[in-house]
Ligand binder design. Sequence first.
Ligand code: HEC
Ligand code: HEC
Length: 308
Amino acid sequence: MRKFLTAIIVLAIIGLVVFWFVTMPKTIGAEALAAGYTPDLKNGQEMFNAGGCAGCHTTAGQKERLKLGGGMALKSPFGTFYAPNISPDKQNGIGNWSELDFVNAVQRGVGADGQHLYPALPYTSYQRMHVKDVRDMFAYIKTLPAEATPDKAHEIGFPFNVRRLLGGWKFLYMDNKEYAADPAHDAEWNRGGYLVEGPGHCAECHSPRDPMGGIVTASRFAGGKNMDGPGWIPNITPHADGIKWSKDDMTNFLETGQTPEFDSAGGSMAEVIENMSRLTADDRKAMAAYLVTLPPRPGKKPAVAAKK
Ligand code: HEC
Ligand code: HEC
């Protein structure tokens, strides 16, 4: 009996130690910020637009897309999140943040206080970005107006409100890897792959999720239930269930929101197009080059829309 108890206690301690390490916030070190860096504001703006930061970090219904006071509500099966203020305001925004704080929030989902951030901020995609691009984005955001709006507390219940547990989620769904160029493809395709998989975070909406909220890898881009509201987000792979568009069709769509069937992008895609239309024509063409070669995957819109 004694032996048995000792074994249980030892196992519990091992379990706690494993839990401690697995859930510990993992950050990027200062050595990742190369010395002799000068910010490229134009590139920072391109990354800001590709990343769709304004889509979440403004106030609902607000016209000026560069006032990043936050407040937008994002619904999810786990509760409602409110995007915080990321304007350069020192008190309520990120005006006092260091470059490294910012890089870690965007690419590792760790806030300036060292706690895990929720993946409502799509860092599973942003982890693919080059650190240099994130630094440029930070420099660009610093040029935007400071907004005094205070952050709104998320409405999420136990156990999801325990941030430490997000370490377990990240252990399952994050690999902390930058986008790896595929040498079998040319530079344009790889630029597109970078923009789609990294800042563009297209898969975050266009994929089904498992019950824990992670993207189902085998069905990436094959469409899925809208997390933030009613409806279904379409399959964008070149499959009979998805879209078989030419590269020109896709390039045009990213600029104008017009599909080859003369529909126009609605719902949350309208905001994405708003951002895409601001990118350089070359970047849109590169994204299209990549998107039309996505692996074709089945994924039909269900006949009866999934219930919330
Ligand atoms: C889909 C919505 C969404 C998008 C897109 C998004 N964010 Fe966020 N962001 C959030 C939410 C929600 C949080 C709060 C997370 C939390 O509290 O754990 C957040 C948190 C942050 C934080 C931490 C702020 C703080 O006070 O702790 C930073 C910095 C940030 N986002 C920057 C960005 C940047 C830069 C982009 C664009 C590249 C971006 N976000 C795109 C939703 C989004
Ligand atoms: C915030 C969620 C969200 C994100 C992020 C998003 N989309 Fe969409 N997308 C949608 C929704 C919703 C629709 C359906 C729009 C409609 O029905 O009018 C859509 C439609 C589309 C369509 C048209 C599909 C069809 O069948 O007509 C394409 C192509 C597309 N998105 C590509 C992209 C690309 C490329 C990205 C990344 C740059 C992206 N989307 C990011 C939500 C999103």
